[in-house]
Write a protein that binds this ligand. Structure first.
Ligand SMILES: Nc1ncnc2c1ncn2[C@@H]1O[C@H](COP(=O)(O)OP(=O)(O)O)[C@@H](O)[C@H]1O
Ligand SMILES: [Mg+2]
Length: 593
């Protein structure tokens, strides 16, 4: 939260528009064409008042022979209005075409970016923040674009063409506009500068409020069990109270300046009129001309006022745009080799050669000079105290992170030589917390193999010892399981995870503490499933239970990021004073960790 507040630039309009322009790259051509259309429209819009001038001039020096002429002019005015209305129709269509395009590709690009970014990115950012970044960014750009096309661009052209026209009619009018429009703009910039601290404060407070809201909802179970509803609520209303007072300060200032801005506009009007009357009396311009000048300058000044209010809202979007832009420029830490190896088959032998790895922003390295090999077709157990680096080893094997030093070899070749997505296809993992999508059991299992047949899914569920509980659910395999699998118990989620891994039919199968948080009944079911599917694969098991580890062909003991012991159960349990022996003795007296 704090980081973004610091990153927010001082209002920098140039950079702001540049970033939006870059985000809108796919529409740049369309937008340019749209601008030409809007420009043409604003030119045509000046023709109407001009015809009115001609009509008035004919009336003021009325001559009956002119009657048909006047009627002709009225008819032409009508046609011009129809023309404008047609151009309006074209422009509106264009604007909406571009708008729906923008919404679609901004969301698509952001989603693509998100799912392809490495785990390193996702672990560093909070989920609520990531979702808000995308939705709010897209939303703000959408509003911004419609404001721009419907209001800002037409007004800017209108003011430019009006000024030119006024110069043509009589240069004094042009000068008047050239004094009052900039005065007005200066006042607008000034008030925005004055309210900027309040506005920034408001953004910060709004973020605090939003995060309090998310936190209380995400952790609602804890809130309720500790009877903290009221405390949470009071905290939240304090934050909204702060937002309120910032908004009030901001708007008081803006409203105060509106008085001044109104004065500028009124003075502009008065000058145009006084000077116009003077010129008419002098006989330099006709009554029609003064009506014309007054009409178009009035229109321009009023739209100026209208868009100055928009300025406020545009500046509000700057932070959201900035974040979406930063996301679009985000690069994955893991570079995929474009010409990487795409093997049809792998053996499944893994070697760690002098691997060191440190997580960003952490003082100690998670792995230090780690060497070991995991043989193809064997079961290898990783054991050791929590925080020892076991999960990090798995992340290295998946290449979620690249090592700071050393090499991970798969079948004798550095992982970085492979196509990332090709080799990951040969792996499957059952983590401690199996992630469940809010869809049916069927779809959750088939996630590993989208085209899987019903029979395949059921066979996998049976092998995973999951069928028993699935059939007891209301709709069996079609039951939807709720967000994050909330309707399933830990052991049930775990078995879904195993069924998923079975369907993937991986060459390398990894269990990362798959049974650690389970009751002994579920554990037995899962243990049994693990045994069934471990044949003829390279299996890596991270576990604490002796029963699981004992059967492994090789056991690697990791402590503080180093391999401290390596061997099979018989060998390691003989090492007196060794860590493995200690871990086992602890279990014998019933302590699990
Ligand atoms: N995403 C992360 N960012 C920073 N540090 C991490 C991250 N994941 C793990 N660590 C740290 O790395 C060390 C090893 O963690 P881990 O591999 O998860 O241990 P284990 O799985 O053996 O319990 C721990 O000190 C842990 O705090
Ligand atoms: Mg772990």
């Amino acid at each position: 939260m704090k980081k973004t507040a610091e990153k927010q630039p001082k209002m920098d309009l140039g950079r702001f528009w540049e970033r939006i322009w870059k985000l809108l790259e796919p529409s740049q051509k369309q937008i340019k064409r749209l601008l030409v259309l809007i420009m043409a429209m604003e030119v045509v819009r000046l023709v109407g008042p001009y015809m009115l001038k001609l009509v008035i001039d004919r009336i003021t020096s009325f001559d009956p022979s002119q009657l048909s002429n006047i009627l002709l002019l009225v008819g032409a005015m009508f046609l011009i209005n129809q023309g404008i209305s047609f151009l309006d129709y074209l422009a509106d269509n264009r604007i909406f075409d571009v708008l729906v395009d923008i919404i679609a590709y901004l969301s698509n690009n952001a989603h693509k970016k998100m799912v392809f970014l490495s785990l390193g990115y996702h672990e560093a950012e909070n989920t609520g923040g990531k979702v808000i970044k995308v939705t709010r960014g897209v939303d703000k750009i959408e509003t911004l674009f419609s404001n721009f096309s419907f209001e800002v661009a037409p007004t800017v052209f209108q003011i430019i063409f009006t000024t030119i026209t006024l110069f043509v009619v009589n240069w004094h009018f042009g000068v008047i506009i050239l004094i009052f429009v900039p005065a007005f703009i200066l006042l607008t910039l000034r008030v925005n500068k004055l309210v900027y601290p309040f506005r920034k404060n408001r953004f910060d407070e709004q973020e605090v409020a939003a995060s309090l809201m998310t936190q209380s909802i995400i952790n609602i179970n804890t809130v309720k069990s500790f009877v903290a509803e009221l405390r949470e609520h009071i905290q939240f209303s304090r934050a909204t109270g702060n937002v309120k007072s910032s908004i009030l300060k901001e708007y008081r200032k803006i409203i105060q300046y509106n008085v001044a801005r109104n004065l500028v506009i009124d003075l502009g009007r008065a000058f145009v009129l006084i000077f116009g009357v003077y010129l008419v009396i002098q006989g330099q311009i006709t009554i029609g001309s003064i009506v014309f000048v007054y009409t178009i300058s009035e229109k321009a000044l009023l739209s100026l006022f209208r868009i100055s209010r928009l300025y406020d809202r545009i500046m509000e979007s700057s932070e959201a745009v900035e974040r979406l832009y930063v996301l679009s420029k985000e690069e994955s830490d893991i570079k995929n080799n474009p010409k990487g190896l795409k093997p049809k088959k792998i053996e499944g032998k893994i070697e760690f050669k002098d691997i060191s790895f440190c997580y960003k922003d952490s003082a100690n390295c998670a792995l230090e000079k780690v060497n070991f090999s995991i043989d193809s077709g064997c079961v290898t157990a990783l054991v050791g105290p929590s925080g020892g680096g076991k999960t990090t080893v798995v992340r290295m094997i998946y290449r979620h992170y690249d090592p700071s030093a050393g090499q991970v070899l798969l079948d004798g070749k550095d992982l970085r030589e492979y196509d990332l997505y090709a080799f990951r296809h040969f792996m499957a993992i059952v983590p401690q917390e199996v992630e469940i999508f809010d869809t049916s059991i069927n779809e959750n299992i088939a996630y590993a193999k989208p085209g899987a047949s019903r029979e395949e899914i059921m066979a996998a569920a049976r092998t995973a010892n999951a069928e028993e509980f699935i059939l007891q659910l209301k709709d069996g395999y079609a039951t939807t399981v709720g967000e994050r699998g909330i309707k399933l118990s830990g052991g049930q989620r775990q078995r879904i995870g195993i069924a998923r891994a079975i369907l993937a039919n991986p060459r390398i199968l990894i269990f990362d503490e798959a049974t650690s948080s389970l009751d002994s009944y579920s554990e037995r079911l899962i243990q049994d499933a693990m045994d069934k599917i471990s044949k003829n694969r390279t299996v890596i098991v991270i576990a604490h239970r002796l029963s699981t580890i004992k059967k492994a062909d090789k056991i690697i003991v990791l402590e503080k990021g180093r391999v401290v012991e390596e061997g099979n159960h018989t060998e390691l349990s003989r090492l007196s004073g060794g860590l493995y022996q200690k871990l086992i003795n602890l279990q014998k007296v019933g302590d699990v960790e």
